[in-house]
Design a protein around this ligand. Structure first.
Ligand SMILES: [Zn+2]
Length: 489
């Protein structure tokens, strides 16, 4: 607090909100000169982290007061097993008469998500304190906003799709004995839209929002990543507490790659990046012991993340319809806001120019099919997803015929609006320097990866918080169901 008294009062307007997290060096550099734009940007970022931490502290209290204990055994075995299918409909919780409050629903979803970590043997493999995982997911649930589409149901839905890819489609086989990719896949899904305001990047730019002032590109994705990492780094939510430093570097790299890949501006780039590796990945996937290089691992993670994010279209028709209604609800709320603010209205979201069926048709044809097509070229077990998507497309086209209005703009013209102006791939791609630690990591003989962290100590803080429990599914290893594709998808 001494700094507060000694600082130049003229700088108060700039420094006051940032004092709690700013370092002495930054403050010193402000003396006698105007802060550079970079420094100002840094200050804004520091402020964002500080405010997030403050909010989190309050949310921890609320959450742990509501649910001081958790019991994984309260979830029925049949419900846990239903997570292996795309028939699972998380939106059913929204109308549940059993789970009456938002807290009860979030708590139930948290337990289901924890079961996914157990099923994949991640808690044992990485010595994750269960209490930390419980608080991480519970806190993330609180950080998702009450918007029609980008709410916690979406985060759950994306994570469950990824779980389906990993287990039922057996994509985890491509990573061999390594499980860090699988852990990163689930966590990336959980954090990938944290604190989404329900207004897309285009709106942020047009309205020159605070977020747009902080992040020049991938405005929302950078924000989601920052928010997610901020929660993940809270001691009470730290699931990496027993992970070695080298693995943590890799893990964070994977998270960054996957969350940034969800920016639709990188859609083409992600596909182009994967293109030269598809045949090799498929060849390896069909082998008993696949081996792919670090670049290929990143390509697989990025395409899986994108597909999971856009997975409403591979769900059975009735579920896909519910999600389409929600996404359009959010779109229409954005266009209402654009009109109210006098901003140009986004054409592919405008209910005056496009119907839900048109929007869905354009979305499936323009974005989803090429993505899932590329994923299926690497992993033939994804074919079932493509079939369901085609079935849904036919249904939307039937509706389109029924709802066609004279003078409505063809969706093929509007669909390009989904892909925002192309950005340089530098932010989402990894350069050689970034790949080096990854390559070094994989240069370690596989046998050593599991044993190198002998120093890992099993820390399970606040053991007293939980009731005794264990994984509901005993089949945590060798439980691949590569040939038992979900018949519905
Ligand atoms: Zn998303």
């Amino acid at each position: 607090m001494g700094l507060l008294k000694s600082r130049n009062p003229k700088k108060a307007a700039i420094t006051d909100p940032y004092i709690p997290s700013i370092t002495d060096d930054y403050l010193k550099s402000l003396e006698g000169k105007k802060p550079s734009p970079q420094l100002q940007e840094l200050c804004v970022q520091k402020k964002e982290v500080f405010l997030t931490q403050k909010t989190l502290a309050q949310e921890f209290n609320i959450y742990t007061l509501m649910y001081p204990i958790f019991n994984l055994n309260s979830i029925k075995q049949a419900e846990v097993e239903s997570l292996l299918s795309l028939k699972f409909n998380v939106l059913a919780f929204d109308r549940s008469v059993v789970l009456k409050s938002t807290y009860e629903r979030e708590h139930h979803m948290t337990l289901l998500l924890m079961h996914m970590f157990h099923y994949l043997d991640l808690i044992r493999e990485f010595h994750i304190p269960e209490e930390n995982l419980f608080r991480l997911i519970g806190t993330l649930a609180r950080k998702y906003r009450n918007v029609p589409f980008h709410c916690f149901y979406h985060a759950f839905n994306v994570t469950q799709t990824m779980f389906y890819f990993i287990t039922t489609c057996n994509i985890k086989k491509i990573f061999g004995d390594s499980k860090i990719e699988v852990l990163a896949m689930l966590v990336a899904c959980l954090i990938h839209d944290t604190d989404h305001p329900g207004l897309n990047n285009m709106f942020q730019k047009k309205a020159n929002t605070k977020l747009a002032q902080i992040h020049a590109t991938s405005i929302l994705e950078n924000h989601h990543l920052n928010q997610g990492l901020c929660i993940l780094s809270q001691p009470d939510c730290d699931i990496l507490v027993n992970m070695g430093e080298a693995e943590q570097v890799i893990f964070y790299g994977y998270l960054q790659k996957m969350v940034m890949a969800t920016d639709l501006a990188f859609h083409k780039h992600i596909l182009e990046e994967l293109e030269p590796h598809k045949q090799q990945i498929k060849k390896e996937f069909l082998k008993d012991k696949p081996q792919i290089d670090p670049t290929q691992i990143l390509c697989v993670l990025a395409i899986c993340m994108k597909c999971a994010d856009l997975s409403n279209e591979i769900r059975p028709g009735d579920i896909a319809f519910l999600w389409a209604a929600r996404v359009n609800d959010e779109f229409f709320q954005q266009t209402d806001k654009e009109r109210a603010l006098g901003l140009p209205v986004t054409p592919f979201m405008d209910p005056e120019k496009i119907t839900v069926a048109q929007e869905q048709q354009g979305f499936i044809k323009g974005l989803c099919k090429p993505l899932y097509g590329a994923l299926a070229e690497c992993f033939p077990s994804i074919d079932a997803c493509l079939q369901q998507m085609n079935t849904n497309l036919v249904e939307w086209e039937k509706r389109l015929e029924l709802t066609k209005k004279p003078g409505v703009k063809p969706s093929s013209e509007i669909k390009s609006g989904f892909i925002e102006e192309q950005q340089t791939p530098i932010e989402s791609g990894w350069n050689e320097d970034q790949l080096r630690p990854l390559k070094q990591f994989f240069a370690i003989p596989l046998g050593m990866v599991g044993s190198k962290d002998k120093k890992r100590t099993k820390r399970t803080n606040r053991d007293s918080l939980k009731e005794p429990h264990g994984p509901r599914l005993s089949d945590t290893q060798g439980s691949d169901k590569s040939n038992s594709k979900d018949k519905t998808s």
